[in-house]
Design a binder for this molecule. Structure first.
Ligand code: UD1
Length: 489
């Protein structure tokens, strides 16, 4: 195939996304053509990249003409600017990742809106689903996934190690195809994070599971059967995996001591649109009546409450007034009360939240993380960054993950006074932080360092920002938009 033929194909297919589908069917042939061509003519490279919708890049086609740019790996912040203006909230990463897996439950297309498509974790999930055989197209905040031609049931280590959310393909693959082989997951290094609850629940539903060579091998040749499952511990991921598996199981499944996070309810609502029968979303008892098959659907992902909480805390630290667009205040009730107690003014304006701190210093208050509706572990590091500057002492207790204080030594390097012991940390408020070079260790710890940098005196450099790009869409641009002095380099 030549560029002429590609152009013809675009014309026949009537547009880029139709061509995308054509290319997905015929990708092998196109790759073979690229590989046998000695060199793609330099003048055609950009056209081909465009026509193939980014599936091959200019850097692969002609590295001599287009040398790969060095990835930006650091953020520089000059602290001390008040933040003022509007910040748009993206779709929730932790809902989007699971809803993408729900597409595996049907041979029809799932159309998603408000997707945080500029996130690395979404790229990893896209890579995994594409590897399994899904056809995915995305544009701005829209995504369409079709899992009609899934033929591979293995989620390989190379992809799964990047992100724990990939374990969520296990339940859907097993439920629809009767088999799945999924590598044990990676993700943030915030604890041992086992997946025993996922495995035990699927076994209760009749699956035969063995662990071999770092892989979970699961089989249910006659399909899954509904079961009564009582979780010994509240788990977001296990609740989601089993809820998805149960939608296609024979009979009723009851999940007791289920997690109640809004992202689980959002996934459940998407499944209901696909034809699933689910009751009790948002409570600790979820009932699912299995159906024979599910269909396609349209769903808009809920706004990210962790991103919302992060920017509320940013406003508290820097002062100023920020309007958070398209945020859902009701998903942050445990955090709102605490922010108000510490001295911030927060008001709701329809779908938006306006947050303001007057010139007064914030007050130190104690927090303890808990499953939803308790204080989210995913906001613990950011809240601690804020407490470093509050008046008086405060205590932070982490009850969900055992290794989630990795931001403590880095914040101390910036002049904070924090002593951590076991799962608690005492923070004695200081008057100011000082800019320093710091290392991002996990997603939420990284953003806590960015928040500290926004108020620290002088320059802060945050290394290894790929952690941030896993979970915060366009973070640099968003913060620049409200007046922060921040740049990637
Ligand atoms: C999800 C979120 C993560 C958040 C966490 C808790 C995604 C992609 N990630 O992670 O951002 O911090 O919820 O709100 O949505 N556990 C077991 N056995 C299991 C499963 C979990 O012992 O089989 C333990 C974990 O080690 C942890 C606790 O249960 O101590 C809670 O984990 P879980 O709710 O499952 O977190 P994730 O779903 O991994």
């Amino acid at each position: 195939m030549s560029i002429k033929a590609l152009e013809k194909a675009v014309e026949i297919a009537g547009g880029q996304s139709a061509l995308g589908r054509l290319i997905d069917r015929d990708q092998k042939a196109i790759w073979a053509w690229i590989n046998t061509t000695q060199k793609v003519p330099a003048e055609d490279v950009l056209k081909i990249e465009d026509a193939l919708e980014g599936k091959v890049s200019r850097f692969e086609l002609r590295p001599d003409v287009y040398p790969k740019p060095k990835p930006l790996d650091k953020i520089r912040i000059i602290g001390g600017q008040e933040l003022n203006g509007e910040l748009p909230i993206s779709g929730a990463k932790n809902a989007a990742l699971k809803i993408m897996c729900a597409a595996l439950l049907t041979d029809q297309s799932l159309h998603l809106e408000n997707m945080p498509n500029a996130l690395r974790d979404i790229d990893s999930q896209t890579e995994l689903l594409t590897h399994l055989g899904c056809v995915i197209s995305s544009e701005r905040d829209l995504m369409a996934i079709n899992a009609k031609n899934v033929k591979d049931f293995t989620a390989p280590y190379e992809i799964v190690r990047k992100m724990r959310g990939s374990i969520l393909v296990l339940g859907p693959l097993l439920a629809r195809f009767g088999e799945a082989k999924v590598s044990l997951p990676g993700g943030c290094a915030i604890g041992t994070r086992p997946v025993d609850l996922h495995i035990k629940g699927l076994e209760d539903m009749g699956a035969e599971i063995t662990l071999e060579g770092g892989y979970i091998n699961a089989k249910a040749p006659k399909g899954l059967t509904g079961a009564k499952i009582v979780f010994p511990k509240v788990s977001v991921g296990a609740t989601e995996n089993l809820m998805m598996a149960a939608t296609l199981a024979k009979g009723e499944t009851i999940l007791s001591n289920a997690a109640r996070e809004p992202e689980i309810a959002d996934l459940g609502e998407c499944l209901i649109k696909m034809g699933a029968k689910i009751d009790g979303l948002g409570t600790d008892t979820i009932r699912i009546e299995g159906v024979k098959s599910l269909s396609g659907a349209h769903h808009s992902v809920l706004p990210d409450r962790i991103e919302t909480g992060t920017w509320l805390i940013a406003a508290g630290m820097t002062g100023g007034t920020i309007k958070l667009k398209n945020a859902r205040i009701e998903h942050l009730s445990s955090v709102m009360g605490l922010l108000a107690q510490s001295g911030m003014e927060i008001e709701q304006d329809g779908e938006d939240i306006i947050v303001h701190r007057n010139g007064l210093r914030l007050k130190g208050i104690d927090i303890m993380t808990d499953p939803y509706p308790g204080f989210p572990t995913d906001l613990q590091a950011q809240f601690m960054a804020m407490l470093t500057l509050a008046e008086g002492a405060a205590m932070v207790t982490e009850t969900i993950f055992e290794n989630r204080f990795m931001h403590v030594p880095e914040l101390n390097r910036m002049g904070a006074d924090i002593t951590a012991q076991g799962n608690s940390a005492i923070i004695r408020g200081v008057k100011k932080l000082k800019g320093a070079e710091v290392m991002a260790t996990d997603l939420r710890a990284s953003v806590a360092l960015v928040l500290a940098g926004l108020v620290a005196e002088g320059e802060t450099v945050v290394n290894r920002i790929y952690h941030l790009e896993r979970g915060y869409e366009n973070i640099v641009e968003k913060l620049q938009g409200v007046g922060a002095q921040i740049e990637k380099f």
